[in-house]
Design a protein around this ligand. Sequence first.
Ligand SMILES: NC(=O)C1=CN([C@@H]2O[C@H](COP(=O)(O)OP(=O)(O)OC[C@H]3O[C@@H](n4cnc5c(N)ncnc54)[C@H](O)[C@@H]3O)[C@@H](O)[C@H]2O)C=CC1
Ligand SMILES: O=C(O)C(=O)[C@H](O)COP(=O)(O)O
Length: 384
Amino acid sequence: MSEKPHFFIEDSLLYAEEFFSELGQITRFKGRTVTSKDISEADYLLTRSTTKVNQALLKDCHKLKFVGTATAGYNHIDSDYLASRNIPWSAAPGCNADAVADYVISTGLNLANKYGFMLKDKVIGIIGVGQIGERLVRRFNALGCQVVQYDPVKASENTSFESADFEAVLACDLITCHVPLVKAGAHPTQHMFDYETLGKLKPDTILINACRGEVIDNAELLRFFENGHALRVILDVFENEPNIELGLLNYLEFGTPHIAGHSLEGKARGTEILYQMMCQRLGVDAPIKLESLLPSLAIEHMVLTDNYSLSQRQYRAIMNLIYDIRNDDLDFRMGLKQAPDSFDKLRKNYAIRREVTSLKVKCDNSLLPIFTDLGFNTSLKTES
Ligand SMILES: NC(=O)C1=CN([C@@H]2O[C@H](COP(=O)(O)OP(=O)(O)OC[C@H]3O[C@@H](n4cnc5c(N)ncnc54)[C@H](O)[C@@H]3O)[C@@H](O)[C@H]2O)C=CC1
Ligand SMILES: O=C(O)C(=O)[C@H](O)COP(=O)(O)O
């Protein structure tokens, strides 16, 4: 029998032992501090976003056959270097898209409550209409919002998709960014929001960045605030993580330590996607299913009466049962106050959080489409 492969797996990959121990030997490593020597015996390298996968890390890995990252983003992977060594790699597309959508919706609902507006009266601008952006289009449309979609890359690849102009997005009331970090080419995203672009936004525009810190020039944003401009900014991601510009915190509506995608389901799905890829590569079945590993929710299901009608207030109450961004904002501010260098620690010790995808909602035919579009795990009341 051939020797079992050796998996080197970043310590933050959830359920790695459960998924991979049958497939081979596992060695765990720390993403921020790992060296090439530490992983020189790797057949397969599985990471999350804190491991920088580049020549410096891989120079001593002579047996490496595949690199996988259990994340949606992949700007921590030097794909040119991997191509030069013919090492295939993959991210885990869509693994945490619902978690990020929950984050954005929680933001919208809680700010609507704080400032006294109805989301349905607001125009929503979505920058990047991929896995996360598409879910948000569905969710905001289900709430009756007008949605402006900006994604020229998708428009160039898919003739049935039409992208709005960037200027049209800048005129929206709530703008949320879901693009990869792209530094060059026809549609770069690095510093998409610089001082000049920030200046085009209406006062009190809600601007959310839950993709990559570099999409908003953080120094320019701070200068913009210091010059007295009023914007309602929510940052989950920052330039130079984990050494972020702490001065920004004074001006943010909500700040969080890069946890928008950190639901239990989102992290576990990332590992599951890599597991399925590995099983395929190794030519074996993939019998382990995520559902068998996830614990049940504290509130497992809701049954809606036939005359139920969803108001914004009720939706916020339901959402806040599952995820309330205000708690994460508070923990972030308190954590950084106690220890200004605790960005990574706050991420590592992040409380277990669940997604709306796990909340089972039983309702009648009329409510089913709206609750489905809002991301819940729906079924008809007559079904068991
Ligand atoms: N804060 C967090 O915890 C998380 C952050 N992310 C970040 O969010 C990004 C998006 O995630 P997904 O939706 O899953 O990825 P995706 O790849 O499914 O979608 C990205 C979309 O952005 C579009 N795009 C690329 N360049 C663009 C540009 N210049 N202007 C407008 N659109 C552009 C692409 O065409 C694509 O449709 C990831 O690349 C990652 O960096 C993802 C998950 C969690
Ligand atoms: O999926 C992505 O892309 C993300 O940004 C992840 O949520 C980041 O999580 P870590 O890998 O940094 O734990």
